[in-house]
Design a protein around this ligand. Structure first.
Ligand code: NAD
Length: 421
């Protein structure tokens, strides 16, 4: 199946809502509160005029959805893609609320996106789009309101532009207005690796349960951007056997193991992994169905769905991407005994170190990388144990357990605050 034929059986919001409904009903949450928890607080749509390099004027559509502020300021990434939709951003914003609650950090959830194709835009055009978008949503963001971070096709440079635009308007430098910034502008050591590192920490916990060792655990990673490349590199360095990796233009497969350091160097030079000589070439979707022990989708949503879930051979699925598995695929994987570490747990390392970055910016005191990594590990291990314990106690799969744990925490805060009086 090609990338373009991915199953659209559930949109990102529908996937989130389907899981939410199951979890909320198992928790016995009453209808009014349940509707409130399911609905975003605010949805912002902006139309941004931008001068292009050829002197034409174009209008780009952008979104920021703030799902919940019950547990603290909103937190969530900003993505640039031609496929961005409001529905997708709405679903991802809600997932951020649940993710922050699963790892128990004091944030609510948000997400932003701009419909654009960064591969066809110059740096100057990207900068002007980013600055104008920031100016349009300025009243609704900030360290106490909503703190953006990088996501698909955005990076440290994008965050530096947002921080600068925000600071120009507030007339002083506000490093805590975004996370995932360059280190010299108030970024945190360890942030770049954090999502991939969190995936590895949760995978390590699963290995302990199965009594597997890293050296004989064969891993396939889909996506070689921030999350996929860092996860693959860290796991390779820790001794895992990485046998397959793909990006949007194709993949590489080698049952004897791929040298990830060489692959990182190749990708740095060629901006893709296609053409790498350290294995056979393979399609970006086909790679998901190859024989392996651990599958780590770290690219995009709905890549594991009712059409291919039966063919997934991995026994352990670590969801680096957001929403890579659709609800019908969840059922298929569960029936087949696949141990799933759901996205809101597996990829929560990024938002956790973003939280550390926000804390460091507010303190004006910066931690060592060892301290960041140690605190990240503590939080991820606790969250993993909490979710697995909840799943065993309530006889539900890990994903529903993670949702139940998160929804329960958010509902409790809402009740304490008296919003629901
Ligand atoms: P990125 O833009 O840096 O990288 C995305 C990678 O996926 C690229 O290698 C791209 O070529 C590849 N890709 C895209 N579509 C593909 C497809 N259909 N098949 C195969 N490969 C494909 O993005 P990222 O920041 O690494 O984010 C990846 C996923 O992880 C997204 O779902 C994102 O929401 C999620 N996520 C990211 C972070 C973070 O800290 N960056 C944190 C949590 C979750």
């Amino acid at each position: 199946m090609s990338v373009g034929e991915q199953d659209k059986e559930f949109s990102v919001f529908e996937s989130m809502a389907a899981r939410y409904d199951v979890a909320a009903s198992k928790l016995g949450i009453d209808e009014g509160l349940s509707n409130y928890l399911r609905t975003p607080n605010r949805e912002i749509i902006v139309h941004i005029p931008v001068s292009m390099d050829d002197n034409t004027l174009r209008v780009f559509d952008g979104y920021r959805v703030q799902h919940s502020i019950a547990r603290g300021p909103c937190k969530g990434g900003l993505r640039y893609s031609p496929d961005v939709t409001l529905d997708e951003i709405r679903g991802l914003a809600a997932e951020m609320t649940w993710k922050c609650a699963v790892v128990n950090i004091p944030f609510g959830g948000a997400k932003g996106g701009i419909i654009c194709d960064p591969s066809k835009l110059s740096q100057g055009e990207l900068e002007r789009i980013t600055r104008r978008y920031t100016a349009e949503i300025l009243d609704y963001i900030g360290p106490e309101r909503d703190v953006p971070a990088p996501d698909m096709n955005t990076n440290e440079q994008t965050m530096a532009w947002i921080m600068d635009t925000y600071s120009m308007h507030t007339r002083h430098t506000v490093t805590g207005s975004v996370t995932g910034k360059p280190f010299s502008l108030g970024g945190s050591l360890g942030r770049r690796e954090a999502t991939g590192r969190g995936c590895m920490i949760t995978a390590d916990q699963a290995l302990k349960r199965f009594r597997w060792n890293r050296e004989s655990t064969r891993v396939i990673v889909q996506g070689f951007g921030n999350v996929g490349s860092q996860a693959a590199r860290l796991m390779y360095e820790a001794g895992y056997k990485i046998i397959g990796v793909s990006d949007v233009s194709g993949g590489v497969f080698n049952t004897s193991g791929i040298n990830i350091q060489h692959l990182v160097d190749y990708a740095g030079k060629h901006k893709t992994i296609a053409g790498f000589s350290g294995g056979e070439s393979i399609g970006a979707q086909e790679i998901l169905e190859q024989e392996c022990d651990l599958l780590l989708p770290a690219a995009t949503e709905s890549v594991i769905n009712s059409k291919n879930a039966h063919n997934v051979k991995a026994k352990l699925l670590v969801e680096g991407a957001n929403s890579p598995t659709t609800p019908p695929a969840d059922d298929i994987l569960f029936d087949r005994g696949v141990f799933v570490i759901p996205d809101i747990l597996a990829n929560a390392g990024g938002v956790t170190v973003s939280y550390f970055e926000w804390v460091q910016d507010r303190q004006g005191y910066f931690w060592t990388e060892a301290m960041v990594n140690e605190r990240l590990k503590q939080i991820m291990v606790n969250a993993f144990d909490g979710v697995v314990r909840f799943s065993e106690n309530h006889k539900v799969n890990n994903r529903i357990a993670a949702y139940m744990l998160a929804i329960d925490r958010v509902a409790y805060c809402i009740k304490l605050r008296g919003i629901y009086a």
